[in-house]
Write a protein that binds this ligand. Structure first.
Ligand code: BGC
Length: 719
């Protein structure tokens, strides 16, 4: 412990220490305006004195507001301990990047790192110290609205992206004033609610948790994330926020996390609704016992404050430990040296400050868009072609996605406007609403489109339909939009669908009706321009799907890295050929678009692949020399992907697991040699005793450009 922290702790009363453990929204402070992201509680008991001893504020930002609140607070706080300001800066602050699912689709950790670095720089200027990000919850069920906040269904991709995000937000130590502290969330397994229903029960074996869900949190912690946020859900039968096994045994003891643990919004009070505590006091005690340092908006620790005198020595010790961790965080961030660290009103208002950030946001969007169909090379379009841009998403700036509270939808360029800048002639009309359709509107759109060379249908869902508390039971494109596509199809012109979405949707009909399909996600502040650049061919599409797109809803959850079963269905085996295999009688098992899938405009082939040695020891690397050839007349980009499979394991093994990937450009009419290095340690699996280790035995490595079409080589791991 530093001198500063130990001297402060020695001077602090128990009430003041407990104050550090409380987080309130900005509304509690002088004229504070806060982003409200959860239910608001009864506050009657919260006296002014308490406000001037709390440790942190959430949801308020902006240099002027932060300065005013901090000044007023310090004038009233006995020991002059500065407030920490925290908020959800998820995929950008002022400059909005693609949603995290889109950043995952870039399959390029430098894109994530850049996006997080810029988000950090902008939010520090606005007075923030901590972001509630990255969200690294593994997701497999597109009914859950928060899949948009994750980088997808694969634990390796998520781990790589989690590390990149933490590095981007926090920078390298020592701390400078361009970075803030990252709070990895939601610990743990929040992304697996039953039936995709928000806040529902999560239940899985600890073996599965460790195999698939834990690695991304662990990667963020290895990257030195300073905080961890607990999740709303239960795990192993106990809510995460009071789960000692999760928060003490796994997080603190096993993963070696020494930072601050914060709850999600009101999660301590919600323990009462979970029925695992008697009342709020019991909830506060159980959360504290589990090692929760900060109570976000439940007022359970504030309630404690009144009873502080009655506390047992064991509880006082826990309060001391938590207060110490919070003060250490403040010290590490330089708040004692400068409580106004990094905040800068002039930067905040300076268009120059964000100009380059917008360039990066556009690049990120260009890397994240995924072309999933391109029949007879409909794309790229010639800039001389006349375009009709039709659909409910054509003329809107609603392209930022959830958790972009400082982004401005009103001033965000629409897809139609961006296409105007790129193509010679454009006509545009909505054709229908997101969920509404009338004959007159569609006829008007058809009339406009009848003179065009090509129709771009901008379809999908509004941002309000993905994000927190937006679970849905039907992941189809609304019937009204399918009706629009059918009407447009009657014009017999090339039809390109651009799909704006925060989750995988059922796109079978869109696929059939369209000549080309581009998944746009919510692409952010410069997303429309990125879409225009992909459609015109100025930029090569290089995003790949970070989640499987199912063929129908009944397949959900559908993910590529399923385990072997006792009655497998062979690849290519026709449905109905055998009865007693793992299958549906009314559908194929296969998705519409698999994990890792996406097309480019050039044609890159895997023309050679050799293994340096097919017999490896535990400390070795699996090394492959791969040759890619691009015979096409344009430079092209792809994502080379390597998966492995352990043929015989102590526990059942996935059919394939991503272990390595790299985005590469292969110049026209040329070949590129790439060396793949996979440390044998990365082949570790979780055993029955829950230990994680590599087994000796036979393995396969599979290489290709998506998770389904792969070239296979065998190798062995020896003692
Ligand atoms: C969300 C968190 C978020 C918090 C603070 C909660 O409702 O689940 O992800 O960080 O609010 O805004």
């Amino acid at each position: 412990m530093s001198n500063l922290v130990s001297e402060l702790l020695a001077k602090m009363t128990t009430e003041e220490k407990i104050g550090q453990l409380i987080q309130l929204t900005g509304d509690f402070f002088q004229d504070g305006k806060a982003a409200i992201t959860g239910p608001i509680n009864e506050l009657a008991h919260l006296k002014l004195q308490t406000v001037y001893s709390v440790g942190s504020v959430l949801g308020v930002s902006g240099a002027a507001d932060v300065r005013r609140i901090q000044e007023n607070y310090l004038a009233n706080n006995r020991l002059k301990i500065p407030l920490l300001f925290m908020a959800d800066v998820v995929h950008g602050y002022q400059t909005i990047f693609p949603i995290p699912l889109g950043l995952g689709a870039s399959f390029d950790p430098t894109v994530m790192e850049t996006a997080s670095g810029i988000a950090a720089k902008e939010s520090v200027a606005a007075g923030l110290h901590v972001t509630f990000a990255p969200m690294v919850d593994l997701v497999r069920d597109p009914r859950w609205g928060r899949v948009m906040e994750s980088t997808g269904e694969d634990s390796y991709l998520n781990s790589v992206m989690a590390q990149a995000a933490v590095k981007g937000f926090q920078g390298d130590s020592p701390w400078d004033e361009k970075h803030l502290a990252a709070s990895v969330k939601h610990f743990a397994a929040y992304g697996a609610p039953e039936a995709g229903r928000e806040y529902n029960t999560v239940d899985m074996s600890e073996w599965r948790f460790r195999e698939q869900y834990l690695p991304a949190y662990s990667a963020a912690i290895n990257a030195q994330a300073m905080l961890v946020m607990t999740s709303f859900n239960t795990l192993f039968g106990v809510p995460a926020t009071q789960n000692q096994h999760l928060l003490r045994d796994i997080l603190r003891d096993e993963l070696g996390f020494h930072g601050v643990v914060i709850t999600d919004w009101n999660a301590i009070e919600e323990l009462v609704h979970h029925g695992t505590v008697r009342d709020l006091k019991d909830a506060a005690q159980k959360a504290l016992a589990a090692g929760v340092d900060i109570d976000m908006m439940a007022f359970a620790y504030a309630e404690f404050l009144n009873k502080a005198v009655e506390l047992e020595p064991g509880v006082l010790k826990l309060i001391d430990e938590s207060a110490q961790r919070i003060l250490e965080l403040k010290e590490t961030m330089g708040l004692f040296a400068d409580p106004y660290r990094g905040l800068d009103e002039s930067k905040e208002k300076d268009p120059e400050f964000i100009r380059d950030n917008l360039v990066q946001a556009q690049k990120a969007a260009e890397e994240s868009l995924v072309l999933v169909k391109n029949h007879r090379r409909t794309l790229p379009l010639s800039q001389r072609q006349n375009l009709a841009v039709i659909g409910p998403v054509a003329q809107t700036g609603d392209l930022l996605g959830s958790w972009s509270w400082k982004g401005d939808v009103e001033t965000t360029q629409s897809i139609a406007d961006a296409l105007v800048d790129t193509f010679s002639e454009i006509v545009t009309a909505p054709g229908c609403g997101y969920h509404s359709f009338n004959k007159q509107q569609v006829e008007q759109a058809k009339l406009l489109a009848s003179d065009a060379d090509v129709i771009v249908a901008a379809i999908g869902l509004p941002s309000s339909e993905s994000g927190e508390a937006t679970s849905i039971t039907d992941i189809s494109i609304p019937a009204e939009q399918i009706a629009l596509l059918k009407e447009l199809k009657t014009l017999n012109k090339p039809l390109i669908s651009v799909v704006i979405t925060g989750r995988p949707l059922l796109l079978k009909e869109v696929h059939t009706l369209s000549d080309a399909v581009l998944i746009g996600w919510f692409p952010g502040s410069k997303g429309a321009q990125a879409i225009a650049n992909i459609l015109s061919g100025k930029v090569e599409p290089s995003g790949r799907l970070p989640m499987t797109f199912p063929l129908n809803l009944g397949q959900v959850p559908l993910y590529y890295n399923a385990y072997s079963t006792g009655r497998p269905i062979e690849v290519g085996q026709k449905n109905g050929e055998y009865k007693y295999v793992t299958k549906y009688v009314d559908s194929s098992n296969e998705p519409l678009y698999p994990f890792g899938f996406g097309l480019g405009y050039g044609k890159i082939l895997l023309t050679d692949m050799t293994m340096v040695s097919n017999s490896l020891k535990m400390n070795d690397q699996l090394i492959l020399d791969v040759t890619l050839t691009n015979d096409s007349p344009r430079d092209s980009k792809t994502v080379l992907q390597c998966y492995t499979h352990q043929k015989v394991g102590e526990t059942v093994r996935p059919l394939k697991e991503l272990k390595w990937f790299k985005k590469v450009t292969v110049e026209k009419q040329s070949s590129l040699k790439i060396q793949v290095n996979i440390p044998v340690a990365r082949l570790a699996s979780v055993h029955q005793d829950l230990s994680t280790k590599v087994d000796v035995g036979d393995y396969q490595v599979m290489v290709g450009f998506d998770s389904m079409n792969l070239k296979v080589l065998d190798f062995k791991v020896k003692e």
